[in-house]
Design a binder for this molecule. Structure first.
Ligand SMILES: [Zn+2]
Length: 47
């Protein structure tokens, strides 16, 4: 299944869904990320 990454807007075969939260910890919604952006996102939440 090909997806368009919400972050880099490139087509990708590997889709990862992440949940975004606002400052109060409420769910803002879902984002679809490609493998590369997902790896970067994982790094960003680890600090
Ligand atoms: Zn991407």
């Amino acid at each position: 299944m090909a997806i368009i990454c919400d972050y880099c807007e490139q087509e990708s075969d590997s889709a990862h869904t992440v949940t975004k939260y606002d400052e109060e910890g409420k769910e803002k919604g879902l984002e679809l990320l490609c493998g590369l952006c997902y790896a970067e996102w994982l790094q960003s939440i680890k600090g």
